[in-house]
Design a protein around this ligand. Structure first.
Ligand code: AVI
Length: 331
């Protein structure tokens, strides 16, 4: 269950009884009753959260976006050669960005472009932007939760293969079992002989990683805290934003950055009539950002039936883009 970015979390006519609330409320409360407490990162993206994320991508410390763009710029021709002639490109997530265009510019024979997004407004904006910039390209938007199987539309001109495009290292925000499930769904989407072009952030100096998620200007802190602001505004919660602090920690065993909201003191917050008690220093985990090695990513993908064909790195070896081919389904 993924809330479309910017969509409200609760029906206007909800009552104070938890059972009458949208399923998101039950999901958030269940996470806050776990140990450690959790709020899923899908809840970051209201309008303010999406704007803050755009600002994060511009930060000097946040290297992933600009590094992936650099790799796509430098090695886009090789990637296009892998995608090949007359392919159908299926992009997971909103497709208005510069990354998509860097690829589309090099794929003049595409049979079609399928942006997939759960937010109808993001999807239609993105699809219109791409259709205007590439008038000869058939654009076939699909409004769907891409973590679940969905039907790929057929373009008017038959495609030789389906290639899934999943930039941004969003795969890193899935814990390993969910990342594997997603790799399997992508395998089913591409079908035998299809491809996957995917960005994955790499393990590196922990100082560089922590700075990327705890920037000097405090934009990531604002992004993290915004989730509590959202729960207050949309669900009538009463988290005291002054008494939670953003923390970004490197977990070397799990090879991930963990984003936390740490409680400055012992305190109680209310959400949907339920009390949530915090000890001083106790935190809510809001996001995991897994970092891979090139070989480790290939090994995970192989479990889902993908064959690693080629990968591209930037000169500092901070970020990787992989082209994988779908072996016949392993299930
Ligand atoms: C969306 N995702 C790839 C970002 C990341 O780097 O894991 C989310 C993010 N969280 C804090 N900064 C960026």
């Amino acid at each position: 269950m993924v809330p479309p970015a910017g969509a409200p979390l609760r029906l206007r006519h909800g009552t104070s009884k938890e059972s009458a609330y949208e399923p998101y409320v039950a999901d958030i409360l269940a996470g806050l009753r776990e140990a450690p407490k959790r709020i899923a990162p899908i809840y970051f993206y209201d309008a303010r959260g999406s704007k803050l994320f755009d600002q994060i991508c511009e930060l000097p410390e946040y290297y992933p976006t600009r590094t992936e763009i650099q790799i796509l710029t430098d090695s886009g021709n090789d990637m296009a050669a892998r995608v090949g002639e007359d392919a159908l490109l299926v992009e997971l997530g909103s497709g208005s960005s510069m990354k998509t265009r860097l690829l589309l510019d090099r794929l003049p024979t595409l049979a079609g472009y399928v942006p997939v997004d759960i937010s109808r407004s993001h999807l239609l904006n993105a699809a219109q932007g791409i259709a205007a910039a590439y008038p000869h390209l058939e654009v076939l938007p699909v409004c769907a939760d891409f973590t679940q199987p969905f039907t790929v539309p057929r373009p008017r001109r038959a495609a030789k293969r389906i290639v899934v495009f999943f930039p941004g290292s969003t795969i890193g925000n899935f814990d390993p079992p969910d990342a594997l499930k997603l790799l399997r769904v992508m395998h089913a989407t591409a079908g035998s002989g299809g491809g996957l072009l995917v960005g994955a952030d790499l393990v590196k100096d922990p100082e560089v990683l922590v700075r990327a998620y705890d920037d000097a200007a405090g934009v990531t802190a604002a992004f993290n805290l915004n989730v509590l602001r959202r729960l207050n505004a949309e669900l009538g919660a009463n988290f005291d934003l002054m008494r939670f602090h953003h923390r970004a920690l490197w977990n070397p065993q799990a090879r991930r950055i963990e984003m936390h909201l740490a409680s400055a003191c012992e305190q109680r917050a209310m959400l949907a009539g339920q009390a949530i008690d915090f000890a001083a220093g106790e935190s809510i985990v809001t996001e995991h950002c897994h970092k891979y090695t090139v070989a480790g990513f290939g090994a995970e993908a192989a479990k889902a039936g993908w064959l690693a064909r080629e990968h591209w790195l930037d000169p500092r070896q901070y970020f990787s883009v992989h082209y994988l081919e779908a072996a016949p389904s392993s299930r």
